[in-house]
Design a protein around this ligand. Structure first.
Ligand code: COA
Length: 187
């Protein structure tokens, strides 16, 4: 995972120790995709302690040679499908402004599940101590009905080759509004 994060570019690379701890303690809210004995991609996530109906997606990585084949979409669909059986109804993630692939991934996921995607600043530049822009939080949900998830074997999809990008590069989101379900308030 540490290698994949490094190869992915644009991701914070955490220590091996951090990834190992993650896999020990948050395995049921994370997913790894393998192609033979290679790791093709992963998603790390956790259920927010103050809002257990919300899955926060921390990192998504797909190896450069496995991209544009629907792997991230399928990992996200698979993970969401699994956690929904345990009461998760919202998915959150922060997306770096300009990360079209990531934005498209979450926008498509919202669309496939027939639900909305709201956005708001999570951490300001001041809070982050950086001038690379704020961290924008995208919140998807509520997830209605049965999960839209496909968990077929990777080789079949891989054999189909990359799919052309047909979506808009414009963010498909609206600002948070009063009435957006945000899960239970912290005690
Ligand atoms: C973001 C990332 C995980 C996407 O993985 P992927 O397996 O290639 O994504 P998918 O093939 O499932 O595509 C998901 C959607 O994004 C679109 N997409 C993928 N790459 C894209 C790109 N470079 N530019 C624009 N759209 C893109 C796909 O067309 C698809 O849209 P659709 O559902 O409307 O058809 C991958 O590019 C990556 O690892 N990037 C580096 C790390 C990163 O930025 N992670 C996200 C932040 S945590």
């Amino acid at each position: 995972m540490e290698r994949l994060a490094r190869e992915s570019g644009g991701l914070d690379v955490n220590s091996r120790y951090a990834y190992l701890l993650w896999c020990r303690d948050f395995a049921d809210t994370s997913v790894v995709a393998r192609a033979g004995d290679r790791m093709a991609g992963f998603i790390t996530g956790y259920r927010r302690p103050a809002a257990p109906d919300t899955l926060f997606v921390w990192q998504v990585a797909v190896g450069p040679e496995f991209r544009r084949r629907g792997l991230a979409s399928r990992m996200l669909g698979h993970l969401a499908g699994a956690v929904r059986t345990r009461g998760v109804r919202f998915v959150e993630a922060t997306v770096t402004p300009g990360n079209k692939a990531s934005l498209q991934l979450f926008g498509s996921f919202a669309e496939a599940n027939g639900t909305g995607m709201a956005s708001d600043v999570l951490f300001s530049e001041h809070e982050l101590g950086s001038d690379n822009g704020p961290e924008v939080l995208y919140r998807i949900g509520p997830l209605p009905g049965p999960a839209v998830a496909s968990a077929g074997p990777l080789p079949e999809r891989a054999a189909a080759g990359p799919r052309p990008f047909s979506g808009s590069s414009e963010p498909r989101h609206r600002p948070f509004e009063q009435g957006d379900a945000r899960g239970p308030a912290p005690d």
